[in-house]
Design a protein around this ligand. Structure first.
Ligand code: BG6
Length: 482
């Protein structure tokens, strides 16, 4: 047995974005409106702006034809800047670029009979541009958006009909991009479908908590099935390409050594890993069936759902990693951050948005997940959202971001040495983009600064931050020069 001390030679270094956070061009070339584009921005950093969406707010959004209050309509105009942006990614030495395809560019209403050629042509140009620099595409099929028509007509993923519409979309893009996309992901952070609208397009903000859970797990079951069908399609259409699932990994620690806290943390962790259990092992785990029974959640399945889940598990497991939490049997002090819903860990620092920064937790989770699944792992999101200052001579000195990334990459290296099979690392937001949870522009993740403010004003110029030069060095040395 050998213990590799380095990242493998074919390690996939790169960055990750999502259509609705970078593209803009929300109403051109035949594109339909998406669920992400009816979410208003918020200035409350402890809040998630999509929590308030309901029928009335959607009607108001449909009547509003501007992007002013809906920043995901403008993104950072990647739609018109993709050549310049990809050139910058190439300059850093990217081996892979993770992006998502907006379903509504291809099928504006979700279930149109014919695809929109202009939408397919756009992604084809992006993929061909990447090929010029030998950057491999890693494509997410559903990243926190769907055609709004499907929400209005059938309450998004709550309807079983959405499976068929989605798989028509997946079949269309697999056929069109056959041989050009080696890695695909079905649903971004699939587990966050238990939080609400953004991931499933289900309108339930006025329901009781019990009813919400019932609706959300049912919608998620439909996503599991659609994901397995997509995997089947990919195997038939483009057998060399690999399919992955994608989890927002939320490792949690017991608040104390008290066994009741240890058990509470185990259950929390299981509820997170439930999603990869289904998608990688191909069946609902027993512990979750018990949880459903105890919470009176009933999942309606069609006759061959279980068979299709069992037959088409994913090839690899990808996840995002930003933070860890602490769990106690009786809750204790909670972190007051958006998305971070668990308990506070006194040993960790927090970002300005209350996300508890924990590089060692990345090694812990990589080691545990490798042990649990024995399938290749891919860290497809990790990064630091921060307020950056552009100096008068056009520089951004973001040493805090370099520190954050360095420490996480060091821990990935440790995990590799522990024997974990790690395919790659796509840092989140290589170019500044619109925040998912608040729709702010000023929560920046990038190696590349974009001159645009929260009101959408600015030249959209791209400016290299200090971290740009640092990441270039990291990639050139295959993670040795940190
Ligand atoms: C992940 C999402 O949850 O975290 C991304 O997949 C998102 O879409 C990222 O942007 C960071 O979250 P935020 O709210 O800081 O943009």
């Amino acid at each position: 047995t050998t213990f590799p001390k380095q990242f493998p030679d074919d390690f996939l270094w790169g960055g990750a974005t999502a259509a609705n956070q970078v593209e803009g061009a929300w109403n051109v070339d035949g594109k339909g409106l998406t669920t992400a584009e009816v979410v208003r921005k918020t200035t409350d950093r402890k809040h998630m702006s999509m929590d308030d969406v309901d029928k009335e707010s959607i009607q108001a959004a449909l009547a509003d034809k501007s992007a002013a209050d809906y920043p995901k309509r403008r993104g950072v105009d990647f739609y018109h800047h993709y050549k310049e942006d990809i050139k910058l990614f190439a300059e850093m030495g990217f081996k892979v670029y993770r992006f998502s395809i907006a379903w509504s560019r291809i099928f504006p209403n979700g279930d149109d009979a014919q695809p929109n050629e202009a939408g397919l042509a756009f992604y084809e140009k992006v993929i061909d541009e990447l090929a010029k620099y030998d950057i491999k595409p890693l494509v997410t099929l559903s990243h926190y958006e769907m055609p709004i028509a499907l929400t209005l007509r059938q309450n998004g993923w709550l309807s079983r009909d959405t499976i068929k519409a989605f798989n028509h979309f997946t079949e269309t893009v697999f056929k069109r991009f056959k041989g050009k996309v080696p890695y695909w992901l079905t649903f971004n952070e699939i587990n966050t479908g238990t939080w609400g609208f953004h991931a499933t397009g289900v309108l339930d903000s006025h329901e009781t908590r019990a009813k919400q859970l019932q609706m959300r797990y049912q919608a998620l079951h439909h996503q599991f099935v659609a994901s397995a069908i997509a995997t089947k399609q990919l195997r038939e259409i483009d057998p060399k390409a690999k399919m992955g699932c994608m989890l927002a990994r939320m490792q949690t620690y017991p608040g104390t050594p008290n066994p009741v806290d240890v058990r509470a943390a185990q259950l929390e962790d299981d509820k997170n890993l439930f999603f990869t259990d289904v998608q990688a092992r191909g069946e609902y785990p027993e512990y979750m069936n018990r949880y459903f029974a105890e919470n009176k959640i009933e999942i309606k399945m069609a006759a061959d759902d279980e068979a299709i889940l069992a037959k088409y598990p994913v090839d690899f497991i990808s996840f995002s990693y930003y933070m860890t939490t602490v769990t106690k049997a009786d809750e204790g002090e909670q972190v007051n951050g958006n998305m971070a819903t668990g308990g506070r860990n006194p040993y960790l620092q927090e970002s300005d948005w209350g996300w508890q920064i924990d590089p060692i937790g990345l090694r812990v989770t990589l080691d545990e997940m490798w042990d649990r699944y024995r399938k290749p792992l891919f860290v497809v999101e990790n990064g630091l959202g921060a307020v950056d200052q552009l100096t008068s001579d056009g520089k951004v000195h973001d040493d805090y971001r370099i520190d954050y990334l360095r420490q996480h990459i060091q821990q990935m290296k440790e995990a590799t040495e522990d024997g974990v099979q790690l395919m790659g690392y796509t840092m989140w937001g290589p170019i500044d983009l619109i925040s998912f949870s608040t729709s702010e522009m000023s929560k920046r993740y990038g190696f590349i600064y974009v001159d645009q403010d929260d009101q959408g004003k600015g030249s959209l110029d791209r400016i290299k931050k200090d971290s740009f030069y640092w990441y270039k060095k990291v990639i050139a040395s295959n993670g040795e020069d940190l």
